[in-house]
Design a protein around this ligand. Structure first.
Ligand SMILES: [Ca+2]
Ligand SMILES: [Ca+2]
Length: 228
């Protein structure tokens, strides 16, 4: 009975401590053990609150870093593909485009359709053909795409030219990742013609590119990006 009474008394004092400073002062004088419990509880609460806040900050940091890294690795095409779901009208337009190029028999490798010609033309005439079909000469953005060009087993134009002594893709972006064949680009000057356009000559090798005069006749590869 004595133990029960003592426990009851302690509970009462805890309640009083919460109610006000005056009562707390009273409880300290009555029972030292009870008064020590409150600062401890506050410390625990502070600890758990701080720990929780730290976890949230860590999670936010992880997410922002992941987004930052992912964003760096994404090409403009992939970014536009990512944003596609935010725009229903754009999605409808892309579905229509997808059906169009699929019916034309172009080959699809996400996120683009490709066409390789049977006839041969100069680089510019080849580009004109692609543009007349709503596309352009292929821009090789990745290893996957480079390997893909080799699957046609043809020497073909790609959308890379030299402008002001700088290699540039048909969309105006500078060349960063390249797959030049051994000894290329060598800019051979045959009959005064510079090698300012690029073909995939060594198609059975990863590094297949060769610079060649733009007036040469080649088959060509068109690319049309359609994000779905
Ligand atoms: Ca591409
Ligand atoms: Ca060459």
């Amino acid at each position: 009975m004595a133990n029960v009474h003592k426990e009851k008394s302690r509970i009462t004092m805890d309640y009083v401590n919460v109610s006000g400073a005056g009562s707390a002062s009273k409880s300290r004088s009555d029972d030292g053990a009870a008064t020590a419990a409150m600062p401890g509880r506050k410390l625990y609460m502070l600890f758990f609150f701080s720990f929780g806040l730290l976890c949230i900050l860590q999670a936010a940091l992880n997410i922002s870093l992941r987004l930052s890294l992912y964003g760096c690795q994404m090409s403009d095409t992939e970014v536009s593909c990512k944003n596609l779901t935010d725009n229903p009208d754009e999605l409808k337009k892309r579905v229509s485009q997808f059906n169009h190029y699929a019916q034309l028999g172009w080959v699809y490798l996400h996120p683009s359709f490709y066409y390789i010609s049977n006839e041969e033309k100069s680089w510019q005439d080849s580009r004109n053909y692609c543009q007349q079909n709503g596309a352009d000469l292929i821009i090789i953005n990745s290893l996957k795409e480079q390997l893909f060009t080799g699957l046609f087993y043809k020497v073909a134009w790609i959308g890379l030219t030299k402008t002001d002594d700088t290699w540039e893709w048909v969309d105006g972006t500078p060349l960063t990742e390249s797959y030049w064949g051994t000894g290329e680009p060598n800019n051979l000057n045959i009959n005064g013609t510079k090698e300012y356009c690029v073909e995939t000559r060594f198609f059975d090798e990863l590094n297949s590119w060769n610079d060649i005069p733009c007036e040469a006749q080649n088959v060509w590869i068109c690319e049309k990006t359609v994000c779905l």
